[in-house]
Design a protein around this ligand. Structure first.
Ligand code: ADP
Ligand code: ZN
Ligand code: MG
Length: 501
């Protein structure tokens, strides 16, 4: 980079704030009894009723499970839970919104003032959560035969309409696109631990990112920027981001676009821009809408909810950071192993089951390296074998009792278990992988010594490789089912006896 370019970069500081929409995993929709779970090959508009279709006269009823999930998210974000929370109508027209308003929350959101700690390149940063509120997801729109401006016609599917959403709004606390990526990863991890979020579900996380550039001189030493400066900065809001990577890319593009515009002496328009994932660019959609455009007013069909004691009543599990720390202390794991073993709640729970039965270090190797490694290689996760974890424990137990060698367990049994869906005993039986018994080893050792007088002589002459060669012969003769350590010992003992005799 030229000195001039780096000076220009240093002149402007990046400011980013996120609005993250999270689909909450409940059985039914937020204001009606329709299922939230897509059946395979379901017909469009098949999971609908008068409420989620917005038919005249249909009345919403709040799904308690969605409110509980929101309180749990609030607790996990260390936020205040409003003693009384209310719903509002956010008015706008769009075909995916049949009522012409979205039931959302305006000035009485369920959660306020939370925070999440993220670490970026080893540095810890706190991101403040301004608010988090409940709302309903609109339906989904399909532009048949192309994009919005080239399609012949457009279809609307209301199966998604009414899925509970939580909108989590951060303060403009991010100073670079990669910080947003770290934040989103952390947020997803926390949500997953609460068992109210499925990251694998299409559209489960949707992000609007607000970006502006301010003079670097406005940034205080502790990284803060005063409110007036933030309010005065012209910013754009980038919509249609659906992944961590997408957020980082869209923001990197947008930062560069704004820098270039400023460099050419052009002002940044306050506008809403669309992230075009396939082209890797943001395009202008419309002038930024303002709060007053939505004519928010009370949702008169839903009474205020009194949730003052819900924070106490509802529990949340130990969260990833705390669990990671405990794994390091309680099981003596290094950072890398602790991080891997707490990546999802399911992995962490499984690890603790295994560590309760075997040595924690051995358990860590089995779960973090062997199992996760094999799963990863097959593009699978622990969730895919959730009902077979008992079989994995059985396999570890067989190794522990020396009924099968560790090598065979890892390289043959586990792989067959994953590839063919069979249990460990079946593989061991079928492939004859049970550990060679004592007698078998004794015979094989005897034979190896008798058949290889040269190697025996070399061994007695102190040649290192000779013993390994003999071990290899015995392993070969037992089809790899003998334990190499035992073979080694047995060979040394027999060779010593022979020498004395
Ligand atoms: P709006 O009135 O447009 O909804 P808000 O104050 O509610 O504006 O903020 C919406 C989002 O914009 C929040 O995530 C906030 O962090 C972010 N934001 C506010 N000011 C800035 C700024 N100067 N640069 C980038 N993002 C900002
Ligand atoms: Zn419905
Ligand atoms: Mg806003």
């Amino acid at each position: 980079m030229s000195t001039q370019a780096s000076a220009e970069r240093a002149d402007l500081a990046v400011v980013i704030g996120l609005e993250v929409h999270v689909q909450l995993e409940t059985d039914t929709k937020i204001f009606c009894g329709c299922s939230t779970t897509a059946k395979e090959d379901e017909a469009p508009n098949s999971r609908t009723c008068p409420v989620c279709l917005g038919l005249p006269g249909a009345l919403p009823a709040v799904n308690e499970a969605a409110v509980e999930a929101a309180v749990r998210v609030g607790k996990a974000l260390d936020a205040e839970i409003a003693p009384e929370t209310r719903f509002h109508r956010k008015n706008y027209f769009y075909p995916d919104l049949p009522k012409n308003f979205q039931i959302s929350q305006y000035d009485a959101p369920i959660c306020r003032d939370g925070s999440i700690e993220v670490s970026v390149e080893g540095e810890r940063r706190e991101v403040v959560i301004r608010r988090a509120h409940l709302e309903e997801d609109p339906g989904s729109i399909v532009h048949a035969g192309g994009s919005i401006d080239t399609a012949d016609y457009t279809l609307v599917d209301y199966n998604r309409a009414g899925t509970p959403l939580m909108e989590i709004v951060t303060e403009p606390d991010f100073r670079s696109p990669d910080e947003t990526r770290a934040f989103l990863a952390k947020l997803e991890e926390v949500l997953e631990y609460l068992s109210i979020f499925d990251g694998g579900r299409d559209g489960s996380l949707r992000i609007d990112a607000n970006v502006s550039l301010v003079p670097a001189t406005e940034v205080a030493d502790d990284g803060t920027i005063d409110k007036e400066t933030l309010a005065a900065a012209n910013r754009t809001e980038v919509k249609n981001i659906s992944s961590h990577k997408g957020a980082e890319k869209a923001l990197a593009y947008e930062v560069t676009r704004q820098r270039n515009a400023i460099k050419r002496g052009r002002a940044i328009d306050q506008e809403t821009r669309h992230w075009d994932e396939s082209r890797g660019i943001t395009v202008s959609m419309r002038a930024k809408e303002e709060e007053k455009d939505y004519r928010y007013f009370d949702e008169a069909d839903i009474p205020p909810l009194q949730v003052a004691d819900w924070r106490e009543r509802l529990s949340i599990p130990e969260l990833p950071d705390a669990r990671r720390e405990r794994f390091r202390e309680e099981y003596g794991l290094d950072n890398e192993a602790a991080a891997k073993l707490t990546s999802t709640k399911q992995v962490a729970d499984f690890y603790e089951d295994v560590a309760g039965e075997f040595d924690p270090g051995l358990a860590a190797t089995w779960v973090a390296d062997v199992l996760l490694g094999e799963l990863n290689y097959r593009d699978m996760g622990v969730a895919d074998v959730a009902d077979r974890l008992g079989e994995v424990v059985t396999l570890i137990r067989l190794v522990d009792k020396e009924e099968i060698t560790r090598k065979n367990a890892e390289e043959q049994v586990l792989r067959s278990m994953l590839d063919e869906g069979v249990d460990p005993e079946t593989v061991i039986e079928r492939e004859g992988l049970g550990t060679a018994d004592e007698d078998e080893v004794v015979v094989a050792v005897r034979e190896a010594i008798d058949a290889n007088p040269g190697a025996v002589a070399d061994y007695h002459d102190g040649e290192d490789g000779a013993l390994n060669y003999l071990v290899g012969q015995v392993m070969g003769a037992t089809g790899g089912t003998a334990d190499p350590g035992t073979v080694n010992e047995r060979l040394r003992a027999t060779l010593a006896e022979a020498n004395e005799g």
